[in-house]
Design a binder for this molecule. Structure first.
Ligand code: ZN
Length: 328
């Protein structure tokens, strides 16, 4: 599964409950375009290749102090492809070693970035004597975007309509042992890229909209029944999950601090049971100091789906059983 970066989760939560500055709004747009492009590429990849090609998603690597991020890394026979996915709209031209749109030259050279990544991976593979060739592939995933190449490049550059045939050319099983080698090697140097430097101050936090919002349409007008929260859009969510999801959302917004019970109670606002919040915290979160009852809990700053990834099935089953036994 491809996780959203924490910065995007933070911006989404802030946007939902308050206002973003222009700079934040631009970052939000750029990051959400980026992830959308990656998800579209993943869908095409799964559709045309299924399990035929071994791959890693979203790799941030630190090799001897050189840090880089790759959207997808895949192997076919003796070639490892480093894929950059660009969800750009408009007509781009690459000439004289620069990417241009209209008359404007892009400040960050996507080809040079890709080459840097290839140099670092080449060094890594050579140092460990992995006999695999490394190639760059830059994918223009947006069907409203095109790139025209006026320079001769050794990198593979794909426009939207060229993606299916390129993916199909990769069909053919690679030996499992070979694939484990490069994946394990990369995993040794993988680092977490999750954290965001953006923080929400106490003052800004006070002004955010309070309450639980619908997981589907985002509305804050929910009807609380005994075991579920119901939205006018038709979405029904188990109360337990809605509370956990909202506590995690507060955790994302204030990711730089521990979860604080009193702050979470404020975040839910009027109409939500303080006892239910307290019990949910006790049951599902780890106190910072187990012997002290100071209402502070470990904060991973992750959305509910990532934080409770391993408990998700069980939580949903439990919620369904309760609904079935008790009606709504
Ligand atoms: Zn709704």
């Amino acid at each position: 599964m491809r996780n959203k970066p924490q910065e995007l989760c933070w911006l989404e939560a802030m946007k939902h409950r308050g206002h973003l500055s222009n700079e934040e709004q631009n970052s939000y747009q750029r990051l959400s375009n980026g992830i959308q492009g990656e998800v579209i590429f993943d869908q095409l990849f799964d559709h045309f290749l299924g399990n035929e090609v071994s791959y890693l998603d979203d790799v941030t690597l630190d090799y001897r102090g050189d840090v880089l991020q790759m959207d997808k890394i895949l192997q076919n026979k003796s070639i490892v492809y480093l894929a950059d996915i660009k969800n750009y709209q408009g007509n781009y031209v690459y000439e004289n070693n620069a990417l241009k749109i209209g008359g404007t030259v892009f400040a960050n050279d996507i080809i040079e970035q890709a080459r840097r990544a290839r140099r670092i991976f080449t060094r890594l593979f050579e140092d460990y004597q992995l006999p695999l060739e490394i190639k760059n592939v830059i994918v223009f995933i947006n069907d409203q975007g095109r790139i025209t190449l006026n320079d001769d490049l050794s990198e593979i550059i794909l426009n939207y309509e060229e993606i299916p045939s390129w993916l199909m050319s990769l069909r053919g099983q690679t030996q499992a042992s070979q694939s484990m080698n490069w994946q394990n090697l990369i995993k040794n140097y993988q680092i977490s890229h999750y954290g965001t430097k953006r923080i929400c101050t106490t003052e800004r936090f006070k002004h955010l909209k309070k309450g639980v919002h619908c997981a589907k349409c985002g509305s804050f007008s929910l009807t609380s029944k005994r075991y579920v929260l119901q939205c006018a859009c038709g979405y029904v969510e188990a109360k337990k999950i809605a509370y956990l999801r909202t506590i995690c959302e507060c955790g994302i917004i204030r990711h730089h601090l521990p979860l604080k019970r009193s702050e979470i109670v404020d975040f839910f606002g009027k109409g939500y049971s303080i006892d239910y919040i307290k019990n949910t915290l006790l049951e599902y979160f780890s106190p910072i100091q187990p012997n002290k009852k100071d209402g502070k809990y470990q904060n991973y700053g992750l959305p509910f789906e990532y934080w409770f990834k391993n408990e998700l099935d069980q939580l949903e089953k439990l919620a369904k059983r309760k609904n079935w036994q008790n009606g709504l």
